[in-house]
Design a binder for this molecule. Structure first.
Ligand code: GTP
Ligand code: MG
Length: 325
């Protein structure tokens, strides 16, 4: 089984922690979780990301952090593998968050929009520093959630038209969770739902995950000097792959139903029909077997990934669900 490559965009304002998150995620996923690993498609990129991560963990003070993106866009290609067997490739777009505030005539906004329209999974990056207290209209401005909602409406909802049969995965990643960790988790989740209400409405086909992540140990308020201990950074990527497998499973199950129907129709026919269509029946049976194998492979992988996703809040078309197969 080999899934098609996907594109992931992480939307988030400048300073939300997108680049730091990418570095932490790569460092953890290089070693792997449950036998799933991530590797850069390009060996030089692998070195570059590793060096930037080493700096982040060994240097202290403000210098440890990546500099705000100067280049408008950077694209990174990764392979997601199980036991070194590539399962799915994805391309990750890291851009300067300021593009979120620019006018749509700017080149980097246009590039971002193009990339968004082509994407199969969206990560919304909101910083825990703005969730220290209950959300207010001010929070909307700080996080730029209205701007993000606007981008989703225009370039994903209208383009892809998610439905229950064809869901679209969105991970809301709360970065710098160490900064709001003192608050009740359920309260934070309720706040996040308020900011992105449309993603939690019934029968809309959004598969949404809310996931707190952090590069620092919880309850530490000076991450410029503390030791770096990434928390949950692998989960959004696990979710992206899980969602892709889920969509793949839905597709093959529909195909299985169609094949079963065709087979049934032939089998219900009289002996002449059966004789005339024996070759067709044979083909259908072979296709059905291949189809069942794909479903089984997808479910095996989903089972492993879903174990990791038990700790996060997952919603499908507005209902809270648990990751299953
Ligand atoms: N407390 C805490 N601070 C963090 C964490 N991750 C990042 N930061 C801080 O957030 C700052 C901004 O992070 P970046 O990763 O550069 O943000 P960005 O979203 O890539 O910003 P642009 O490139 O301008 O769009 C860093 O310089 C750190 O000071 C975290 O997990 N916890
Ligand atoms: Mg950046």
């Amino acid at each position: 089984m080999k899934l098609e490559d996907i594109k992931i965009v992480m939307l988030g304002t400048s300073g939300a922690g997108k680049t730091s998150y990418l570095l932490g995620m790569y460092a953890i996923m290089q070693t792997g979780v449950q036998g799933f690993t991530l590797s850069a498609k390009d060996m030089d990129l692998d070195l570059e990301l590793t060096e930037r991560w080493e700096k982040l963990i060994s240097v202290t003070g403000e210098d440890r952090w990546p500099t705000p993106n100067a280049a408008a866009m950077e694209q990174y290609g990764f392979n997601f593998s199980y036991g070194f067997r590539p399962l799915m490739g994805f391309e990750w777009l890291d851009y300067r968050g300021l593009a979120l505030s620019d006018r749509s005539t700017e080149q980097d906004v246009q590039d971002l929009v193009q990339y968004l329209s082509d994407s199969q999974c969206l990560f919304l990056c909101i910083s825990g520093e703005h969730l220290v207290e209950s959300v207010t209209p001010n929070t909307v401005r700080e996080i730029k959630s209205d701007r993000m909602n606007q981008f989703i409406q225009q370039y994903i909802s209208e383009n892809k038209q998610p439905t229950n049969q064809n869901p679209f995965p969105v991970a809301i990643v709360i970065t710098k969770y160490d900064l709001c960790h003192h608050r009740d988790r359920d309260e934070i989740i309720a706040d996040v739902q308020k900011l992105f209400q449309a993603l939690f409405t019934p029968n809309t086909g959004w598969l949404t995950m809310i996931c707190p992540v952090s590069l620092g140990k919880e309850l530490c308020n000076d991450l410029d000097h503390a030791s770096i201990v990434p928390v949950n950074v692998h989960l959004p990527v696990v979710f992206a792959v899980y969602a892709q497998l889920r969509a793949y499973g839905i597709k093959f199950k529909a195909q299985r139903d169609r094949l079963n129907k065709s087979i049934d129709t032939i089998k219900k026919g009289n002996s002449l029909v059966q004789l005339l269509k024996s070759k067709e029946l044979n083909n259908y049976s072979n296709e059905l077997e291949a189809c069942n194998n794909e479903i089984m492979a997808a479910e095996e992988n989903m089972k492993l990934l879903s174990e990791e996703l038990q700790q996060v809040s997952l919603y499908f078309s507005g209902n809270e669900v648990t990751a299953d197969v």
